[in-house]
Ligand binder design. Structure first.
Ligand code: IMP
Length: 392
């Protein structure tokens, strides 16, 4: 069993790496979040934008939404129908946990009104995620398996009737698969710093995106975990509000935004961009037990004369020892930067690690040295084969 987890604020490029790793997996399972997520997968000339269904489905793999996921039945039905229209078969291959909770019309309305009433806006995706999890924790939620006894709108009821063949006990199915020696890939949505416990609270989502959530959200035990692949974009982005120590609001920020096409898949919002923050990366390595990194979008940094990397947080003249719990403190810290020479070469055609320019390799080496985890995959473009693999 393997876990893929985002090490920043989401949008690290997990979709592409999951798609890549899915090749060797039998099952791909989402463990938290809902259709606030967005994955873009490019296969040949086809682009798939998925919000709920794991991208492995495009490769004919079995996939599941675990018990920790919140499911908007109307949105899921639409996503499945769009896949069917493109010839992707989901019968007997896609499963929805009967323990997952439903996002209903009332949760969507509540998300909007709560956000409007908040003094400090979180900038939610407006998909009803928070209210659906609130209902779950409050023990008044609707589990997918109990839809027939619940108070649903006609549209939701029709969507659930469509989804009924996909409902099942995914905990049982996944344990059977594990015991049969099959490989399970657990796919986190959002990222470590959007985790409701470990992220930049209250500017977070309402679930545990970090690897702890992978076990509770799938019913699979921590002893089954073999590797944890942390996805780290070569720079940092954030959508929505909240502290962002290395944010660039200058021309370099716009350069990253445009070159990296940093626009939210779910909301169409422009992503805030900034330098790589290794304080975050090291903390993410610890929290998630990252055993290897997949560094994404390294190609986007080509053409910058100097690249800055944050290696410390200073507050009132002193370096912080641990990652601050307080978002107000995080707003007030001063990032400590290390400057590295950039490179001009286009990396998108590199096929081997050794082909990368020396400056790019130095940049990657700094990530390893600082975080203590090896860079196993380096992504240099959106295509599946634009992934360099390093034996570590
Ligand atoms: P919510 O998950 O819709 O409640 O939004 C809470 C915060 O998480 C907001 O800042 C969103 O922009 C952010 N967020 C939610 N899903 C994603 C995602 O998939 N990528 C990046 N940010 C996300």
């Amino acid at each position: 069993m393997h876990i893929v987890v985002g090490a920043q604020w989401g949008d690290e490029g997990k979709g592409k790496i999951v798609d890549y790793l899915a090749d060797r997996a039998d099952w791909i399972v989402r463990y938290q979040g809902g259709n606030n997520a967005g994955h873009t997968v490019i296969i040949g000339s086809e682009t798939f934008k998925l919000h709920l269904v794991p991208s492995g489905i495009c490769r004919g793999k079995k996939s599941a939404l675990g018990n920790g996921v919140v499911v908007n039945p109307v949105a899921l039905r639409a996503e499945l129908e769009a896949l069917h229209a493109r010839g992707i078969d989901t019968a007997g291959k896609f499963f929805v946990s009967n323990r997952s909770h439903l996002i209903l019309q009332r949760h969507l309305q509540q998300d909007g009104s709560q956000e409007a009433a908040r003094e400090q806006k979180v900038g939610t995706t407006g998909k009803g995620i928070g209210p659906a999890y609130m209902a779950k924790i409050e023990r008044v939620g609707v589990r997918a398996g109990a839809w027939q006894q619940a108070d649903l709108t006609d549209e939701e009821r029709e969507a659930m009737a469509f989804l009924a063949p996909y409902l099942g006990d995914t905990v049982h199915l996944l344990h059977e698969a594990l015991e049969a020696g099959q490989t399970i890939l657990l796919e986190g949505a959002q990222g470590t710093f959007l985790d409701v416990d470990h992220g930049t609270y209250p500017f977070v989502t309402s679930s545990n995106c970090s690897t702890g959530g992978a076990c509770t959200g799938s019913g699979l035990p921590p002893t089954a975990v073999q590797t944890v692949t942390g996805i780290l974009k070569a720079y940092t982005t954030r959508v929505g509000n909240g502290p962002f120590p290395t944010e660039l609001t200058d021309a370099t920020g716009s350069y990253l935004q445009e070159k990296g096409r940093e626009v939210g898949v779910t909301t169409g919002r422009i992503r805030r961009c900034g330098w790589l923050d290794l304080v975050m990366a090291r903390y993410a390595r610890r929290l998630n037990g990252v055993s290897e990194w997949a560094i994404t979008k390294l190609d986007v940094l080509s053409g910058l004369e100097t690249i800055q990397v944050c290696t410390g947080y200073r507050h009132q003249g002193r370096l912080l020892e641990s990652y601050p719990a307080d978002s107000a403190l995080l707003e007030a810290i001063e990032p400590v930067y290390e400057s590295l020479p950039g490179w001009g070469e286009d990396l998108s055609h590199c096929t081997r690690y050794a082909e990368l320019p020396a400056a790019a390799r130095d940049y990657l080496a700094l990530i390893e040295d600082y975080t203590g985890a090896p860079n196993r995959y380096i992504s240099v473009g959106p295509e599946r084969d634009q992934t360099l693999i390093r034996e570590v």
